[in-house]
Write a protein that binds this ligand. Structure first.
Ligand code: COA
Length: 151
């Protein structure tokens, strides 16, 4: 596999990322959530939302051969909007994105990382070292809050 690099969001990423997230939601999260909820989430994560998020958080893009294959964002030690292109799933892109933002949070002096996981993403976070701290409810359903100590 060609190398995956992680770089900050650019304005021109907004449309491809919205398209990636919609495919992810329909093809991957759609196994765990009803179709009407998935469509509401697709509408929420449109291109305008990505541009808006980029003004309040650090949004990152995983790129391979010039193409966006995943995204994650962070606000300090909090993780948001982690999505990997379903065609690239299981190849370490998600782990690579998380390593990137964990490194930044650690360098900022945070001693742990915190994320909110969907039913679909829960096992991924556990696999990369996160442990459950509580469960919360959101407009998009159940959310597992997990943490991982940072070195
Ligand atoms: C969850 C998601 C981000 C994982 O991305 P990915 O690039 O496929 O993950 P990686 O290849 O880096 O996987 C890292 C490890 O986690 C495991 N893993 C990945 N997804 C998993 C899942 N849903 N459940 C359990 N383990 C999982 C992999 O097998 C791998 O394990 P290994 O150490 O044995 O190799 C991706 O499937 C996705 O975008 N899902 C839909 C959106 C979503 O749920 N996002 C999560 C935020 S709520």
């Amino acid at each position: 596999m060609t190398e995956v690099t992680v770089r900050p969001f650019r304005d021109t990423d907004a449309e491809p990322l919205a398209e990636l997230v919609a495919r992810c939601l329909r093809e991957v999260n759609g196994r765990d959530y009803p179709a009407d909820l998935i469509e509401r989430m697709c509408a929420h994560f449109d291109a305008a939302r990505f541009r808006e998020l980029a003004t309040v958080r650090e949004v990152f893009v995983a790129e391979q051969e010039g193409r966006a294959v995943g995204t994650v964002s962070r606000d300090g030690n909090k993780v948001y909007t982690m999505f990997v292109d379903p065609d690239c799933a299981g190849r370490g892109v998600g782990r690579r994105l998380m390593r990137h933002i964990e490194g930044l949070a650690g360098a900022d002096g945070h001693d742990h990382m915190e994320t909110g996981a969907s039913i679909t993403g829960h096992g991924f976070y556990q696999r990369i070292g996160y442990t459950d701290v509580r469960v919360s409810d959101t407009v998009f359903g159940i959310n597992y809050i997990l943490r991982k100590p940072l070195p």
